[in-house]
Design a protein around this ligand. Structure first.
Ligand code: M6R
Length: 591
């Protein structure tokens, strides 16, 4: 996720901005840049890679500036694509966080009127739009430019003729930091905490003009007052947005991640170019770990919604035994785009003549260079080793892909799309009741073994739930199709082994209740995950984690978020080091 900083005051802007950008490093970035106003000119610095020591850089002296850490979305990581971006005359500099979805048409339009572009980014159109609209009033020009933007944005702009900064927020966060004789604006609180703990969180549609000793906020054309908050956190706490761990913060980012990923591919209708699917007779997913579980859900969706036969292979096994590939579409799923096993599987698939699509989170990663087609998830950087929001983003892309390829009647597809659109709200509702999940976690935290069971789509959800539990709480957790228990795993059940049972509101429901009764007969404690309307399940189990009722295919989202929280609170109760579990790495770059 990109980071934004703006400064006006009495200190050297370059030093303040670079050190503030370092405070945003936890968000992840591939390149960065700063613009400082001096006299009636702009001085810029742009670099790829880490910032390093603040003292290494010195721009011209000046007390107004803006800076940015970039997590590439449109255009590869490079100095040219790094922000700030400027207009044709280098008078206006802009930093932006978010996605401008109509940037291509704006760019063409601006080019036809003589504007010259230097980068591949969506952001650069903003600088040129403001240039077009500027008649001496920067705020007015910003307002007019913003009217033409579609997408999500937090933008800060400066002009060489002005002793001010102007910023606007729509669906991307921005906070004002209020100092004495100085003002800050940033995408997150840690950027300003070295200087002030008095902040204002801007709201959607807010536009703000800032001077070194004041600011005005407008919304909908009217001046508005916003509450000043005093932040009690340390810098370290604030990097986690006040959450105790990155994992919890990232789980709480899920609604926004779903919005961003839907936004990328769903405007009026599903906007995924599926030309890669022409003439294929089967789909093979390759992936590892959590991405492997997303693939299992992908297979379920593809087979259920499209009728195209699909298989899933562990990338590490595909390497030794690639299946015969003829008219096969290989879909590699990888958050990092750097997992060595997945990359090797992709290379082998290509060598065998398959078309390869990558569903990937990190722009410019190796997977994006190997793949023939790329579908990005918009999860932003994920810092906790345990994948949470990125897994849900993978599912969202898979829903969209399966629906796009679906042969279901149009009305049914539309119904599912409508439900997909409200998934951010549904996940918010789960997060609002997380204290109930925390209470249940306290009941199971002292066990050393657990069993997760499900049927149908519940099986891969159970597998991912068990993986989350084992990797962060160090509890041995196994996942089984509920029907398999009687073929062996029953021997493991008893008072010492709680069972997490996933209830899906589909044809598997009744038989799952029977399985739960069988488990209870073996004296295991049972925690069920079921929807709010299910009045039956609580008769048979010890605890129920309730989630909003959805179409059964979307339980992969609802139940998984609930299980992520269950794993998190269980690990927390056990005092585990949640964000960096022992023996694990975020990105596994060795085979
Ligand atoms: O970056 P990738 O999605 O390729 O990573 C694959 C696995 O290493 C990863 O999903 C891992 O299982 C998770 N971090 C576990 O939470």
């Amino acid at each position: 996720m990109c980071g934004i900083v703006g400064y006006l005051g009495f200190r050297r802007a370059d030093q303040v901005i670079i050190s503030a950008l370092k405070r945003l490093e936890y968000r992840g970035y591939d390149s960065w840049g700063v613009a400082v106003k001096h006299g009636n000119g702009l001085e810029l610095i742009k670099r790829v890679g880490a910032i390093g020591d603040v003292e290494n850089y010195s721009l011209a002296e000046g007390n107004i500036g803006i800076g940015h850490t970039r997590w590439a979305t449109h255009g590869k990581p490079s100095e040219i694509n790094a922000h700030p971006h400027t207009d044709c005359n280098n008078k206006i500099a802009v930093v932006h966080n978010g996605i401008i979805s109509n940037f291509q048409s704006l760019r063409e339009d601006l080019k036809s009127r003589g504007h010259e572009f230097t980068s591949e980014t969506d952001t650069e159109v903003i600088a040129h739009l403001i240039e077009e609209e500027y008649r001496g009033d920067l705020k007015e020009a910003m307002m007019k430019a913003v009217e033409r933007l579609k997408g999500s944005y937090a933008i800060v702009v400066m002009h060489v003729d002005k002793e001010e900064l102007v910023a606007v927020r729509y669906k991307s966060p921005l906070v004002i930091g209020i100092g004495d004789g100085e003002c800050f604006i940033a995408s997150d609180v840690p950027a300003v905490l070295d200087y002030t703990n008095r902040v204002i969180y801007l709201e959607d549609g807010d536009i703000v003009k800032m001077w070194n000793n004041g600011f005005i906020i407008w919304n909908n054309g009217k001046e508005v007052e916003r509450k000043i908050d005093t932040i009690p956190w340390s810098i370290e706490d604030s990097e986690k947005g006040g959450y105790e761990h990155f994992m919890l913060k990232e789980i709480h980012e899920t609604p926004r991640v779903i919005e961003d990923t839907l936004f990328e591919y769903l405007s009026e209708d599903i906007d995924i170019d599926v030309s890669f699917s022409a003439g294929i007779s089967e789909i093979v997913f390759v992936a590892c770990g959590t991405s492997y579980h997303a693939s299992l859900i992908g297979r379920y969706l593809i087979e259920k919604l499209t009728g195209i036969p699909a298989r899933v292979e562990f990338a590490s096994e595909f390497i030794y035994n690639p299946p015969p590939i003829s008219r096969t579409l290989v879909i590699a799923i990888t958050q990092s785009g750097e997992t060595a096993d997945t990359l090797e599987a992709m290379r082998i698939a290509k060598k065998h003549g398959a078309r390869v699509v990558a569903i990937v989170n990190v722009l410019g990663s190796t997977a994006t260079r190997i793949a023939d087609y790329i579908l990005y998830t918009r999860a932003g950087p994920e810092i906790s080793v345990a994948a949470t929001k990125s897994f849900i983003a993978q599912l969202i892309v898979l829903y969209l892909l399966a629906l796009k390829l679906s042969k279901l009647p149009g009305s049914e597809i539309e119904k599912l799309i409508e439900e997909l659109r409200i998934m951010p709200e549904i996940v918010r509702r789960i997060l609002e009741h997380e204290e109930k999940i925390e209470q249940i976690a306290e009941e199971i935290a002292n066990f050393e073994d657990m069993m997760y069971i499900g049927r149908g789509i519940g099986v891969p959800i159970a597998m991912e739930g068990a993986l989350k539990m084992k990797e962060i709480s160090y509890i041995h957790a196994e996942a089984y199709p509920a029907g398999e228990l009687k073929h062996g795993p029953f021997a493991l059940l008893g008072k010492h082994t709680p069972v997490i049972a996933l209830l899906i509101p589909d044809e598997t429901y009744e038989i799952m209740l029977n399985n739960i009764k069988e488990v209870k007969a073996r004296e295991s404690l049972v925690v069920a995950v079921a929807d709010e309307d299910d009045a039956e399940v609580e008769k048979y189990v010890d605890f129920v984690i309730r989630v909003p009722k959805t179409n059964s295919v979307f339980t992969a989202v609802t139940h998984s978020v609930a299980l992520q929280l269950l794993a998190y609170y269980t690990a927390r109760k056990r005092g585990c080091e949640i964000d960096k579990p022992r023996n694990l790495a975020k990105s596994v770059t060795v085979e």
